[in-house]
Design a protein around this ligand. Structure first.
Ligand SMILES: [Zn+2]
Length: 230
């Protein structure tokens, strides 16, 4: 009981606010207010999962099935604000929330045809400085709704410089051999849903997909939080 009073006291002194619009949240709201939630720039990639511009970007780099993005990225738009909060404002739980919302959309459309969800890993140094992997949080939210497990055996072996300002080919060279699957983990015949926070050229996702396929994965679909013009 005392704990509840303490929480009420905290809420009074530090009211919880919406990550986007900063309005105070009602008790039933979590991280995002109802209005912002209703205005999320949700895409319809799940309705054309094998015939869309994201899938086209991966052509020639890897062999994957469906490719989806939850949100449409626009500079200074809501999705950029969300990614900023998720990555740089220590809001890991925002990743879980977005994953659970998108998980429901995917579940309604496809059921749960995957065996595991796999996030694109951060390099251990970056993981240490951020304290969490935002893509893993999104993956966990998806996995909870789809009732499958998160596979975290995909490892980033090299610290890559920022991909910004690199050509498509340079980006591919930069990440092509960066990933490995942890020894002893079995992906044999697994249908994998590969997750990242954003998709730009698709080089990172393609390198991960190829590593997972080489490790025995049966098929790879891809879902990201946001994609569009970065
Ligand atoms: Zn809001």
């Amino acid at each position: 009981m005392r704990f509840t009073y303490y929480e009420d006291f905290l809420a009074l002194v530090f009211p919880k606010t919406c990550c986007i619009c900063r309005r105070s949240l009602f008790d039933f709201e979590k991280l995002l207010c109802k209005i912002c939630l209703s205005q999320l720039p949700v895409t319809h990639y799940h309705l054309r999962p094998e015939d869309n511009d994201l899938k086209s970007k991966l052509t020639g780099l890897t062999d994957v099935g469906r490719v989806f993005s939850f949100l449409r990225f626009t500079k200074k738009g809501m999705s950029q604000q969300i990614l900023h909060q998720l990555k740089y404002k220590h809001k890991p739980e925002l990743g879980n929330l977005l994953g659970s919302i998108y998980g429901r959309i995917l579940l309604d459309t496809f059921g749960s045809p995957w065996d595991v969800v796999t996030p694109v890993p951060l390099h251990p140094l970056k993981f240490k400085s951020r304290g969490y992997n935002q893509s893993e949080r999104f993956a966990q939210g998806l996995a909870d709704v789809l009732e499958i497990s998160v596979y975290t055996g995909l490892k980033r072996m090299k610290y890559t410089e920022t991909q910004t300002n690199k050509s498509r080919w340079q980006r591919w060279e930069n990440v092509e051999t960066v990933f490995e699957v942890a020894s002893g983990s079995s992906l044999e015949d697994k249908k994998i849903l590969l997750i990242d926070d954003v998709m730009t050229t698709g080089a990172t996702l393609a390198a991960c997909a190829n590593t997972l396929l080489e490790a025995g994965g049966k098929s790879i679909d891809i879902a990201v939080i946001a994609a569009g013009r970065m």
